[in-house]
Design a binder for this molecule. Structure first.
Ligand code: NAD
Length: 523
């Protein structure tokens, strides 16, 4: 096994999945350590909350500068523990985080500003309402191994900027990137107890869930997400769940074939297919199916598989043997059910312990595991369709609903189809890259999760909204107070007519007859 974690033991061994080289070994946090971290975070948070937004943003600015200066060092750490190519560590991890900082620096003031709430009802015109956004307190974050820097960093920055403390439990497979995040935040000025790291595995995550956090932001598998949702229900703890996907790509007959084939190959094989937004199912119009399949096959065969540290590498290793076993199982099942394996379809032990050849499958169908379950590996299964309706039906025939893409030269058609696809995000003529758009919300529907991260909707998940209402006539008793009686009932009926009767005459009469509601003696 490439990245070896001794579950149940006191020590985590982090290894490089490309070589099995031991990178670091350390003790994981015990349930007591987790509870202490949350307690300390809770005690420190009120001061952070009171720190002006200007000062909190100064910390974000410094964090951004430090990260930009240390991008090479941090990208190498990400590559060494996750296996992804160095270029991807720069573009899909560090760039995403630098840009999130830019977004927060530009948007946080506006987002946290109090908003007036205008009242439409005549009965409440003498009141002034405002919406406040207040921090939760302590946000627990549990993150996966596939984007070990950008996922915890973007979520932590959003939580911190809004005045929360954060306790982060990174994946046991890739904690070194999270250590880098912690030291950058500390150096940028985040107080020690305001951002804390509790390294460990599943039980450590469960301990965080059981602790006194105010909200949980979880990113990971559907199975773990469901388990955590059940625990959260018992405490009525608010959660954001960013879970798995089985993202469809629809290639219409008028798509730019060359561009769509390159998009499919990158979308399926980026991070060796271990991206929640990977292209996991590809549907192509029958009229262009053969040409599209040949182009993808040709390009998949040209990809250079190797150690991510080599700048020439396009596709790195998978994270560990368990992931390879899932890919093996899906390919075997597809082969048995009649799929054609046109590229790859096998492990590459000569490259190292966890390598799998970029695989193109043709003639797949929805009975096959590869079209139903999340593969999370370098596999591009391609299926033909005959009509637009069929393509939409196939795309929606999944328990997942994270993202999807539609490829066409007709923008309007692309947007029309996008509206019919059941997913959190639909891209027209691109895939996966929506994660790098800091303004765009990220999250799914159906089994892909609950809630959003990124963008303003992601910031919204980090705050409680409070409505404050101030009466502008404090010296008057309100018309709806005691005491009641038939004359009050008559005046109330008239007041309803005054506002909502369909006939003008009735409204005018209602206005006149509702005056006693205001002028009567009140208790
Ligand atoms: P996982 O569910 O095995 O683990 C995720 C995290 O949860 C890890 O930190 C793990 O230690 C922790 N964990 C495991 N069991 C736990 C428990 N009982 N209680 C609390 N914490 C527990 O997932 P993974 O294999 O690390 O990640 C891959 C999955 O994540 C894929 O399904 C992928 O699609 C999904 N993912 C989703 C998104 C998204 O934004 N929607 C992004 C990245 C990955």
């Amino acid at each position: 096994m490439a990245t070896d974690v001794e579950i149940g033991a006191r020590r985590i061994r982090v290894t490089n999945p490309a070589t099995n080289e031991l990178l670091r070994e350390f003790e994981y946090a015990s349930p007591g350590d987790v509870a202490d971290a949350v307690r300390q975070a809770r005690a420190a948070q009120p001061v952070w909350e009171q720190t002006s937004l200007e000062k909190r943003l100064k910390v974000v600015r410094k964090f951004q500068r430090l990260l930009s200066e240390r991008k090479q060092q941090i990208a190498r750490i990400i590559t060494s523990e996750s296996g992804k190519p160095y270029v991807e560590a720069l573009l899909t991890e560090i760039l995403v985080v630098l840009d999130t900082a830019r977004f927060l620096l530009g948007e946080s003031f506006e987002f946290l500003r109090e908003q007036p709430v205008r009242h439409g009802s005549l009965a409440t015109k003498t009141k002034s309402g405002r919406l406040l956004r207040e921090q939760y307190g302590v946000i627990g974050i549990i993150s996966p191994w596939n984007y070990p820097f950008s996922i915890p960093a973007t979520q932590s920055l959003a939580a911190l900027v809004t005045g929360n403390a954060v306790v982060l439990k990174p994946s046991e497979l890739t904690p070194l990137s999270a250590f880098e995040l912690a030291s950058l935040l500390r150096e940028a000025g985040v107080p020690e107890n305001i951002f804390q790291l509790v390294p460990g595995d599943g039980p450590t995550g469960a301990a965080l869930m059981e602790s006194e956090i105010d909200k949980l932001v979880f990113t990971g598998s559907v199975a773990t997400g469901k388990r955590l949702a059940q625990m959260a229900a018992g405490k009525l703890l608010p959660v954001v769940l960013e879970l798995g996907g089985k993202d469809p790509m629809i290639v219409l007959e008028d798509a730019d074939l060359d561009v769509a084939a390159s998009g499919a190959v990158w979308g399926a094989f980026v991070n060796a297919g271990q991206a929640c937004l990977s292209v996991e199912r590809c549907y192509v119009h029958r009229s262009i199916y053969d040409s599209f399949v040949s182009l993808c096959t040709e390009r998949a065969k040209q990809l250079r598989v190797g150690n991510g540290m080599d700048p020439e590498t396009d596709v790195g290793p998978l994270i560990h043997d368990r992931q390879l076993r899932t890919v093996d199982r899906h390919i075997e099942d597809a082969r048995d059910r009649g799929a054609r394996v046109l590229a790859g379809g096998k492990r590459l032990p000569s490259r190292g312990p966890n390598f799998y050849a970029p695989t193109v499958l043709a003639d797949v169908n929805h009975q096959m595991l590869v079209m139903r379950e999340e593969t999370f590996g370098p596999v591009l299964p391609i299926m033909a369709f005959d009509s637009e309706d069929e393509a939409i039906r196939l795309a929606n025939d999944s328990e997942y609903g994270l993202a999807a893409s539609v490829w066409t030269r007709d923008r309007k058609r692309g947007e029309r189809i996008a509206r019919q696809i059941k997913a959190g995000t639909v891209m027209v003529n691109d895939a996966v890259s929506c994660y790098g758009i800091s303004e765009a919300p990220h999250g799914g529907i159906k089994a892909s999760g609950i809630g959003r991260t990124h963008g303003k909707l992601g910031l919204d998940e980090m705050v409680r909204t409070k409505y404050v209402d101030v009466d502008l006539m404090p010296g008057t008793r309100k018309p709806w107070w005691y005491s009641y009686g038939s004359h009050v009932a008559n005046a109330a009926e008239a007041f309803l007519d005054f506002q909502f009767a369909s006939k003008l005459r009735r409204r005018l009469i209602g206005g006149n007859r509702s005056i006693p509601l205001i002028s009567r003696r009140k208790l």
